[in-house]
Design a protein around this ligand. Structure first.
Ligand code: SF4
Length: 257
């Protein structure tokens, strides 16, 4: 199914999810990925599905939900993989927006050094960007990026996007014990996020079975320190540390990824 929900999201309220690329395609292979192993790590953008069909499906579902007396806060492009791999991303955002709902994209920013990717993301009303580390060796451990990706270019692309973007920008930093949770590492991430100026910086921990069993959440003390550092350096910081609550809706067939 391409369109699911609305499902509850602490960040986005009631969110109608759109899965617009085939599962497990991502330029990263994060150790904490809840989708498990068997990834097809790719960096080439493609048109995976007919975006018109997906847009039509969104419109039908929105109408059904509204007719059932329920509400939707966001249409969220959140496939089981990286949404910017879809070369129809911008067209899809613009195709969905006429239904009158805000459109959000959750990206790992791995391809954001590309101008076409930044342009596509710029149409979204809200963009969430993952920044787990700004240290090359740590990023290699936690995100395990495709070999051709250079972290410096990704970080430059993020800053360029953040500078030009007119929508709501939020960030997410997932903390894995003994990988990216030491204070120095977190401080450098927070320093970088302060340059981005997000509306909120979320400090997250893995809450679902990870791809690799040793990728466990950071300890409570380190989590608290990270939160304090983010608050101090970025301003708005929030925890994202539990399962999203189950939502009692006839439309909710899936939990938030
Ligand atoms: S970026 Fe997301 S989808 Fe890709 S490997 Fe990491 S957790 Fe999984």
């Amino acid at each position: 199914m391409m369109v699911f929900g609305p499902v509850p999201s602490r960040r986005l309220g009631r969110s109608l999810g759109v899965s617009h690329i085939p599962a497990k395609k991502c330029p990263y292979s994060c150790v904490y990925c809840q989708l498990g192993g068997g990834y097809r790590q790719i960096v080439a953008r493609s048109a995976f599905y007919d975006s018109k069909n997906i847009i039509d499906e969104v419109k039908v579902r929105v109408e059904q939900v509204i007719n059932a007396g329920e509400s939707i806060d966001y249409v969220t492009l959140v496939p089981d993989g990286e949404p910017t791999l879809d070369q129809n991303l911008g067209a899809m955002i613009r195709g969905v927006q006429p239904v009158g709902l805000r459109v959000a994209v959750m990206t790992n920013a791995s391809l954001i050094s590309r101008l076409d990717v930044r342009n596509d993301l710029s149409y979204a009303d809200l963009v969430s960007i993952k920044v787990d580390s700004v240290d090359k060796h740590v990023c290699r451990k936690v995100n395990r990026p495709y070999r051709s990706l250079a972290l410096e270019r990704i970080l430059d692309g993020i800053l360029e996007f953040a500078h030009d973007y007119r929508g709501e920008l939020i960030t997410e930093t997932m903390l894995v014990r003994d990988v990216n949770d030491d204070e120095g590492c977190v401080n450098r991430v927070a320093q970088f996020l302060s340059l981005m100026g997000p509306a909120r910086a979320y400090v997250a921990i893995p809450t679902r079975p990870p791809a690799l069993a040793w990728a466990v959440p950071t300890e409570a003390a380190s989590l608290n320190t990270a939160y304090q550092v983010m608050r101090q350096k970025v301003g708005q910081a929030e925890y994202l540390i539990g399962y999203e609550p189950k939502f009692d809706s006839v439309w909710a067939h899936a939990e938030w990824p």
